[in-house]
Design a protein around this ligand. Structure first.
Ligand code: DMJ
Length: 644
């Protein structure tokens, strides 16, 4: 029989079990659990609480890895290229925003701060995977981190149209502690590329990674402070590196950089630029890449820049001013003098002459030829050697009496020979001046050191010989060898070999295996060391001259010793100047291998010249930029030898 009291009892008891709603069931469960919890001993309760907290902590720690793994899977499947929730809505919601189609790479935390548009970042994360020597906290030691599996499988087309597998352009970096080349079994030997060339490519990629991440579109990378420095504000490193990327087969990087040139290189900005530096690096870089690619974009830019630099020649003597405001179209000498540097006004000729040939506008060539004609006739030389300064008003040499093959005069000699070659060996004044100058070097500046009898080029100051030699002078073995190759005196080649050995010793005899900026040779037979380095000269700026000459020497002699010397130098750059987070840095003290004191600057010529010459040095393909068809300007940009 129905009893309301009993029904109430039943309804409370049974109703909560059988006919309960979702809310009611939760309440019931809570009450039941609570009751059970209360029945446990204090020890049991503590144990369960501890286990619960432990599991929560583990779960939180594991979450990012899980989400990252999901993300990689989704990229590899190619299903979620644009974070398309339609493909797998549940998973897509868990993922961070997916990268665009052109970036099929697992995003890494270190990629988050990258500068530049996202498509620029594709290569960066890939390179971070490689086994690579890393400079430690003190930025001067190497630590190797484990290799992760390559995830990306796209191809790169080299400039010769050769298809290169990703592993081939991104090898694990060799262990720089070892003297011998490192063989990486995982890296297939591609046709035409050897492991030393691949090590150069890897070095380039590491340098470029830093530049892209911290200095994109700016002049120079400061790799330690992870920022940039501006000199002219013209993307100096980027433009300087264009033809290197092309030669090294860095197609993707090249396309990204080209896009920057197209859209962001503003040559009309109100800025004072140095005529020489802008000509050799930017005008030279643009002309070179135009010659390699035939892409009109680069010639248009080169011709715009050429026009903007022309006001420099508007001087009383027609010897150009050192500085030009490319936006305003005005030019001026430095504030403290009306002099220009001799090397600067005589090392812009290859570029302006080539610009005339390509644009068929005579004015560029006319301006620079005028300078050479003037200097050809000028008094004040010593056996063909020129002083370091020339006055833009009078057109006369100034500060007479100091003669060097180093800073402020160096590339005058280099360009005499190279203009003669560029023009098809017809301009005899250039050849005469070159030959006379080399005789002047032999007569006045060449000596042998003690005790090892290293042949070196010193300086003359007011008839006093100084056994000082800049690293810059190490362009000379290469230039002498080039002249000999083009038919000049065979004894130039002998001198080239001796000087090459000396330039190598400027590295080999130093604690870090890297040359200082300047050395002094010992002439005293009682001293035991050939090379002395003054405290102010101990820096290394990642300069190219020695590896440049090694390249010429190898091409002309096929003596593999030159390749081995270059390999040692590359390894020492990796050991002492490579910055873990990307880029290479100039250093303050090449004698201090325990801490070479990074300077926090990667000069544009490290990419434009040093790595390019190393790559070419290691190549056994002598048709790769044949020296019978091309010449290099003083920034390693490539111009054809004229055939008509
Ligand atoms: C470069 O800009 C050029 O090689 C120039 O001729 C000399 N200085 C640097 C490299 O050392």
């Amino acid at each position: 029989m129905y009893s309301p009291q009993r029904r109430d009892f039943i309804s409370v008891t049974l109703g909560n079990q059988a006919g309960r709603t979702y809310d009611n069931s939760k309440t019931w469960r809570r009450q039941s659990c609570w009751r059970k919890w209360k029945q446990l001993s204090r020890l049991q309760r503590s144990l369960i609480a501890f286990l619960f907290v432990f599991m929560v902590v583990c779960g939180v720690a594991a979450y990012p890895n899980l989400s990252e793994r999901w993300q990689v899977v989704s990229y590899h499947n190619g299903e979620l290229k644009q974070a398309e929730p339609a493909a797998e809505p549940g998973v897509a919601k868990l993922l961070p925003k997916a990268p665009p189609v052109s970036q099929p790479q697992k995003p890494r935390r270190s990629n988050l701060n990258k500068r530049g548009p996202p498509f620029l970042q594709k290569r960066l994360s890939k390179k971070e995977n490689a086994d690579e020597p890393k400079i430690n906290k003190e930025e001067n030691e190497v630590e190797v981190i484990p290799n992760e599996k390559e995830e990306e499988k796209d191809n790169v087309i080299s400039w010769r149209g050769m298809k290169i597998e990703p592993e081939q352009v991104n090898p694990a970096l060799p262990d720089t502690q070892k003297k011998e080349p490192v063989t990486n079994e995982a890296v297939k030997e591609p046709a035409g590329l050897n492991e030393r060339q691949m090590a150069v490519i890897e070095a380039f990629q590491h340098a470029w990674k830093g530049y892209k991440q911290y200095a994109w579109g700016h002049d120079e990378l400061k790799p330690i402070s992870k920022t940039y420095s501006e000199w002219f504000g013209l993307g100096l490193t980027l433009v300087d590196a264009l033809d290197t990327m092309w030669i090294l087969g860095q197609q993707e990087e090249f396309e990204e950089a080209k896009k920057w040139v197209l859209t962001d290189l503003n040559l009309g900005k109100n800025v004072d630029v140095n005529l020489f530096e802008t000509t050799i690096r930017i005008l030279g870089g643009l002309l070179s890449i135009y010659n390699l690619t035939g892409d009109q974009v680069f010639l248009d830019k080169a011709s715009e820049l050429g026009n903007r630099l022309m006001p420099a020649f508007d001087t009383p003597s027609k010897i150009p001013y050192s500085d030009v405001n490319i936006g305003r179209g005005t030019a001026h000498p430095p504030r403290w003098t009306s002099d220009s540097t001799v090397a600067e006004v005589t090392s812009i000729q290859l570029e302006f002459r080539e610009l005339s040939r390509l644009t068929k506008e005579e004015k560029y060539q006319a301006a620079v030829n005028e300078v050479m004609k003037h200097i050809h006739k000028l008094g004040g030389k010593m056996d063909g050697l020129v002083p370091m300064f020339i006055n833009t008003n009078s057109g006369q040499f100034s500060h007479l009496g100091v003669y060097t093959l180093g800073a402020r005069a160096d590339s005058y000699y280099e360009y005499l020979l190279k203009q003669w070659i560029q023009g098809g060996k017809k301009e005899s004044d250039l050849l005469d001046d070159y030959l006379q100058a080399i005789e002047g070097v032999k007569k006045n500046l060449i000596r042998k050191s003690e005790p090892k009898k290293l042949t070196f080029v010193g300086e003359m100051s007011h008839n006093q010989f100084s056994p000082k030699m800049d690293h810059l002078v190490c362009f000379l073995p290469g230039t002498l060898a080039l002249g000999a190759h083009h038919g000049l005196n065979a004894d130039h080649m002998e001198l080239a070999k001796e000087l090459m050995e000396t330039c190598y010793q400027m590295y080999a005899q130093i604690e870090t295996g890297l040359s200082p900026e300047i050395v002094h040779f010992n002439l005293n037979p009682h001293n035991t060391k050939d090379i002395e380095v003054k405290p102010a000269d101990r820096h290394n700026l990642l300069r190219p001259e020695t590896v440049e000459s090694l390249f010429y020497m190898y091409r002309f002699t096929r003596d593999k010793t030159y390749q081995d010397w270059g390999w040692q130098i590359l390894q020492n750059f990796n050991k002492y100047t490579r910055v873990k987070t990307g880029g290479y840095t100039s250093i303050n003290n090449v004698r201090k291998s325990e801490n070479p004191e990074p300077r926090d600057k990667m000069e544009s010529f490290f990419l434009g010249e040093t790595l390019k010459y190393l790559f070419l040095l290691f190549s056994d393909d002598f048709n790769l930029i044949s020296l019978d068809k091309y010449i290099f300007n003083t920034e390693a940009h490539i111009f054809p030898i004229w055939t008509t």
